[in-house]
Every structure is written in structure tokens, then in C-alpha cells.
Design a binder for this molecule. Structure first.
Ligand code: ZN
Length: 189
């Protein structure tokens, strides 16, 4: 399972709604979790491994970041519900949320980081790999991660959300990445 780098076309495809919660889906999600861990990421979207689906995985267990969350109305230790398999997510902005800046990275943009402004408190409704429904209210890094991954599922990348001066600052790195991606594609017969 390779990770697709910018500017592979798959990264721009909106994911299809998942309707079949079968073994194949569970296997794909498990593969994505393994890949995310291998790449030391905190989130990975289906598009990043070549599938245009409303599916992403999230795992913040290794992060020391402080954040609040409510999982299905309770506050279990994160070890009990992470890694998360997030299918068909819908995000709404929580009451009292504030737009805040934070430096993000992305496994499809190796080594590139940049500040993005997003609401700091959200509510996520989603399904797991068996089709069961869940709701998470959260802030901080978890809210940030969900929004970044949700964007991937719509074909939106974090560089799209950067303010112009920020985007201009990393433009040389992005251009170099595009060149590398296109050259590596040419080598494949
Ligand atoms: Zn990303």
C-alpha cells in the first residue's frame, strides 16, 4: 500500500459514500492503520492510499497534545477507542468555537508544514467499519486532525486552506515535490 504524494490525481477525488460494511472494508481500514503507524502519522485518508472513499483513520495515542473529547457521550481513555476508523463522517462546528491557527503537516506532503486556520471545536458524526454510528465532540489536536482528514475525503488539501502569504512561503517546496512526484511516475513502465 503506497502513500500517494501531491500532486497525484487521486488526492483530488471526492470519496464515495461507503454503503458496504464488509470484510474487504475492514481489511482496507486495518491496512491504513498499519500504514499510518509505519509513517508515524496521526491521520490517513483513503485517497492517500489510492481509494476515493469516505474513509479515514485517526490515532492520537502517541501524541502528548492536550485536548478535550466526548466519545458517544462519555470520556473513556483514548486507548479504548483509538485507533479510530472513521467512515462517512459529517462535521459540524460546535457552539463557541473560535477560528485558530495551527501548523499542520500531511503524509502526502513529506517534510512540508504550514499554518492553517480552522475552528477549534467540532462535532463529528461517523460510522465504524461495521456500520455502527458514533459521535465525538472534541477540540485541540483531535478537532484539527478530523478536519484535515475530512478535507481529504472531499478532495481538499491543507495547502488549499492556507492564507496566501503562508502558501507563498512554501511554494518552492511544493514545486519541488510536484516535480519529484511526476518524475517517479515516469519511471513506472
Ligand atoms: Zn493530509
Amino acid at each position: 500500500m503506497p502513500i500517494y504524494y501531491y500532486d497525484e490525481a487521486i488526492l483530488r477525488r471526492k470519496g464515495e459514500t461507503v454503503t458496504r460494511f464488509d470484510k474487504e472494508l475492514a481489511r482496507l481500514a486495518e491496512g491504513m492503520i498499519a500504514k499510518m503507524h509505519e509513517a508515524e502519522g496521526i491521520g490517513l485518508a483513503a485517497q492517500q492510499v489510492g481509494y476515493a472513499l469516505q474513509l479515514c483513520v485517526v490515532d492520537l495515542r502517541e501524541s502528548s497534545a492536550d485536548y478535550n473529547y466526548e466519545y458517544n457521550g462519555a470520556r473513556p481513555p483514548k486507548e479504548l477507542f483509538m485507533p479510530l476508523i472513521v467512515i462517512n463522517p459529517k462535521i459540524s462546528i460546535a457552539e463557541g468555537a473560535v477560528e485558530s491557527p495551527f501548523e499542520e503537516g500531511c503524509l502526502s506532503f513529506p517534510g512540508i508544514r504550514g499554518e492553517v486556520i480552522r475552528p477549534d471545536r467540532i462535532i463529528v458524526n461517523f460510522q465504524d467499519e461495521r456500520g455502527n454510528k458514533h459521535i465525538i465532540k472534541c477540540d485541540g489536536l483531535l478537532a484539527r486532525c478530523f478536519q484535515h482528514e475530512y478535507d481529504h475525503l472531499q478532495g481538499i488539501l491543507f495547502t488549499d486552506r492556507m492564507l496566501k502569504p503562508m502558501r507563498a512561503l512554501i511554494e518552492p517546496e511544493i514545486k519541488a515535490l510536484v516535480k519529484l512526484t511526476r518524475e517517479s511516475k515516469k519511471k513506472i513502465p
